[in-house]
Design a protein around this ligand. Structure first.
Ligand code: FAD
Length: 106
């Protein structure tokens, strides 16, 4: 259904934008908070079949929150997991910052 797509695109925009503004050298409090945010985001994600896989992914792949670049790449890989599941092309994770921080083209 289109709602899952609109929700997905909006959610990825929010998540990658958070990565783009996350500190390059986060404090331990910021790291703890981001990990908690990502976990809770997954727990409350309003698409049950999306949520099930995302929660499993987080359990297997601990969110990397010790720098902006680590988190940006971790998130990119999580997004790629969904891309593969949906038969979409993988995104080159070396380009995550160009896409979400330096340039804001759609
Ligand atoms: P999107 O995948 O929404 O991507 C938006 C933009 O992000 C792209 O145009 C591209 O510029 C950029 N981008 C693409 N890949 C990456 C990447 N790896 N890293 C950084 N930037 C990237 N849909 C389902 O049908 N089934 C699911 O199980 C499912 N699970 C989801 C789980 C989560 C946590 C989220 C947030 C979404 C999920 N979705 C799921 C939605 C799905 O991922 C897409 O958002 C939706 O299909 C719309 O796709 P889109 O082509 O508009 O681009």
């Amino acid at each position: 259904p289109p709602d899952v797509e609109v929700l997905g695109k909006s959610s990825w925009t929010l998540l990658h934008s958070i990565a783009a503004t996350y500190p390059e050298n986060p404090t331990s409090k910021e790291q703890q908070d981001l990990k908690q945010f990502v976990t809770l985001f997954g727990n409350f994600y309003p698409c049950w079949f999306c949520k099930a896989d995302f929660v499993k992914y987080i359990e297997k792949n601990d969110p990397q929150v010790n720098s902006q670049d680590k988190f940006g790449k971790w998130l990119c890989e999580a997004h790629n997991e969904v891309n593969v599941k949906l038969g979409k092309p993988k995104f080159d994770c070396n380009l995550w910052k160009q896409r979400w921080k330096d340039g804001w083209d759609n």
